[in-house]
Design a binder for this molecule. Sequence first.
Ligand code: SAM
Length: 307
Amino acid sequence: MPAKKSASRKSAAPPERATVAQLISFAAEQFAIAGLWFGHGTDNAVDEAAELVFFAAGLRHDDADEVYGQVLKAPQRAKALELIERRIRERVPAAYLTHRMWFAGHEFYVDERVLVPRSPIAELIEAQFRPWIDPGKVQRILDIGTGSGCIAIAAALAFPEAKVDAADLSPDALAVTRKNIERHAVEQRVRAVQSDVFDGLKGERYDVIVSNPPYVGDEELAGLPEEYRREPVMGLHGGRDGLDIVHRILDQAAAHLQPHGILIVEVGNSEEALVEALPRMPFTWLDFERGGGGVFLLTRDQLVAKS
Ligand SMILES: C[S@@+](CC[C@H](N)C(=O)[O-])C[C@H]1O[C@@H](n2cnc3c(N)ncnc32)[C@H](O)[C@@H]1O
């Protein structure tokens, strides 16, 4: 019962001289009592709590083993408790409180203008899209629906010679993309472009087109936990069955790919609906070591054969 839950939250407090480890377990316990949802970069209460405590205390996750027994100073403790309280009260993903998230090993600035980076596509970038394309042939990459720019910028860092277009329809999202482009000093190679899918990219051709577009359908959207409501709806909602943007990408991608080019698109839980809608499309559904799925790959040849 909610009233009881909030009463138990108020009465609970960590020890006055709490260590980092004690504060993390206190927070994780409170998160569990409050019934929070984890799916924005962490998938459990302890990791979410650790990120808030480490951030508040200015600690590095790489130093976790050494700092777990450390007692926090009063200002660090106060800041950690404030973030823990806000995480519960506002149901806001931790990344919007800390304004940071890691993707493919790189740190990105995030705020509520962009989705919290979490795509499994990170793994493909880390592998330079092997074995699906010869990395030596990758000179131009397009990321459709770039949001924070995490996919575009991580790809630029994985391919130091390549030029990358980071496209999004939302001017708000593109402001964040630009901030991250500057932060990672890739202004010479990554271009933030306002584009409605391919509309702003006439005549452009790429070796790799990658996209994590909005792909949540009406029904799934209505049932999403509160934390997702802090994200821009434009980053999530893909029309009635979630596939509006995905179909537009499929229809136009071949015209924007080099002959050896590949298209990689995340569709998450809309995988089944997509296969049902296009039963003859020879999708390759990719596997991920760190979890996640619903990501397909098609070569330009496959797209042309089906058009
Ligand atoms: C699921 S978010 C992905 C953000 C980022 N690529 C990531 O993986 O974290 C989808 C993005 O697509 C953008 N978007 C929505 N409709 C679009 C459209 N018609 N054309 C281009 N981008 C669009 C949204 O603004 C949002 O930033």
